[in-house]
Design a protein around this ligand. Structure first.
Ligand code: URP
Ligand code: ZN
Ligand code: ZN
Length: 460
């Protein structure tokens, strides 16, 4: 199977240029001006941007949080991803049974994803306790399973202690992997949650009030210092939501620490006022960390522009507003945490980031496609338009006007957090390994086409 994408404007993390892309057997074989090749399919990209497929390194498909299961599985979630211009995901595995080994969740997640995903995928490991056996087993997950990144949580049921976090940082540094962390100060949060519930303060606005920016920033600074104690171990902060945390991060980065940072569209486009929406609609936005005061957004955009924030991922975690989220209608602490976004990320970042001149189109490609692929050992197979890379390619029509509503999306959930937003520009074609799987917002791919990617270790 061969194809050629002609007349488009190719955009990479560093360059923008006119050119044609010749693809054979799923791989980019040649890039040049006015290529003349016999092939099975010719795609006219005139007037379109041609970008590497989006890489979303923070999703939660099939996530079981005990009281509910996230509504997208590896089929519906990856169909939605593809329709939104994402061609590869790295999913954060949920917790397994207490005391389970590291292979347990890897096997469970292969069961969820293999034969279902429509785009390529990998998983981040999850560490929920530490002992000698777990530390030894890490080597097998990194080297044999091709999973060189793990997430730890400083809050929730299986949070790790500081001693455990330190041991994980040291061990992953030794193995050439990376520790990713959900940083929030568990004790302070629990104190505020209990206090508010005792006082009858149970509406959605008490969710952000019980997890103020200091809770996140404190845990970020703690992890940064533990990473330093671990001999400058690489550290990746997931879902950064606020300016104070970013200040601590900059201090560490300026002193030469290997601290890498991700933020998400919800923190760039939505703010704390959402929790006050009538009819308890604030439940839609219960996620952790929570939405913040609006002035944090400018700091996050500056962080993206200046390079202190490396990745924009989604933390896609869809719970139905009319069902799952209603568990929190009388008490915000009972509401499953998370917000959908796997399909909205590329359209939002393009329309609101690039078209409104907040970031350049190259920086957009970098934070949404290239840098996440580099960060997690997928590059240059993914995240690149270059000879030898997988032909994972997305065409964006900058002249397409779209009103973002639940009805045009493919996520298996009954709301979008961005309902009614007017977007300028939208993905119109998604190709994975040379096969067009989405055309004009219609999925035309196949269940199970996605492949598990064994990731490489990278030099942090
Ligand atoms: O509220 C969120 N973010 N839910 C998903 C799990 C996590 O913490 O990333
Ligand atoms: Zn998290
Ligand atoms: Zn998450």
């Amino acid at each position: 199977m061969s194809s050629i994408i002609k007349n488009g404007l190719i955009v990479t993390a560093s360059d923008t240029y006119k050119g044609d892309i010749y693809i054979e057997d799923g791989i980019i074989k040649e890039i040049g001006i006015d290529l003349q090749r016999q092939c099975d399919e010719v795609i006219d990209a005139k007037g379109k941007y041609v970008i590497p497929g989006g890489v979303d390194v923070h999703t939660h498909l099939n996530l079981d949080v005990g009281i509910a299961v996230a509504n997208d599985d590896f089929y519906t979630g990856t169909v939605a991803a593809a329709c939104g211009g994402t061609t590869c995901i790295v999913d954060h595995m949920g917790f397994g049974p207490k005391g389970c080994n590291l292979h347990h969740q890897v096997n469970v997640y292969h069961g969820y994803a293999d034969d279902k995903a429509v785009i390529d995928y990998s998983f981040h490991g999850v560490v929920q306790h530490v002992d000698d056996r777990i530390l030894k087993e890490m080597s097998e997950i990194v080297n044999d399973e091709g999973i060189p990144s793990f997430k730890i949580y400083l809050t929730y049921d299986y949070k790790v202690s500081d001693e455990e976090a330190l041991k994980i940082l040291m061990r992953l540094k030794e193995l050439g992997g990376i520790t990713t962390v959900h940083p929030e100060n568990n004790d302070s949060i629990n104190y505020f949650r209990r206090l508010f519930v005792e006082q009858g303060k149970t509406s959605p606005i008490y969710h952000p009030m019980s997890r103020p920016v200091e809770c996140e920033a404190e845990a970020i600074s703690r992890m940064i210092n533990l990473a330093s104690l671990a001999g400058n171990a690489p550290l990746y902060i997931v879902h950064l939501s606020n300016e104070l945390g970013l200040k601590y991060i900059k201090i560490a980065q300026d002193s030469g620490q290997k601290v890498y940072v991700e933020t998400c569209p919800q923190y760039l486009f939505l703010d704390e006022e959402k929790y006050k929406e009538p009819n308890n609609e604030g439940l839609k936005y219960i996620m952790s960390p929570p939405l913040r005061k609006k002035d944090n957004q400018a700091a996050l955009w500056k962080g993206i522009k200046d390079g202190n924030i490396h990745v924009v991922a989604t933390d896609h975690c869809p719970f139905a507003f009319n069902k799952d989220k209603q568990m929190g209608k009388d008490d915000f602490t009972k509401c499953p945490n998370g917000v959908p976004g796997i399909e909205e990320r590329i359209p939002l970042m393009f329309s609101e980031g690039v078209m409104k001149s907040k970031i350049s189109i190259n920086r957009f490609v970098d934070v949404c496609c290239t840098s996440p692929a580099k960060m997690f050992g997928l590059y240059p197979k993914k995240g690149a338009i270059q000879v030898g890379s997988d032909a994972d390619i997305v065409l964006i029509d900058p002249n397409k006007d779209v009103i973002l509503t639940r009805d045009i999306l493919h996520e298996n959930v009954d709301y979008t957090a961005y309902e009614g937003m007017k977007l300028k520009g939208y993905p119109v074609l998604t190709m994975v390994r040379g096969k067009v799987i989405v055309k004009n917002n219609h999925f035309i791919g196949e269940k199970g086409y996605g492949k598990f990617i064994k990731r490489q270790k990278r030099n942090y």
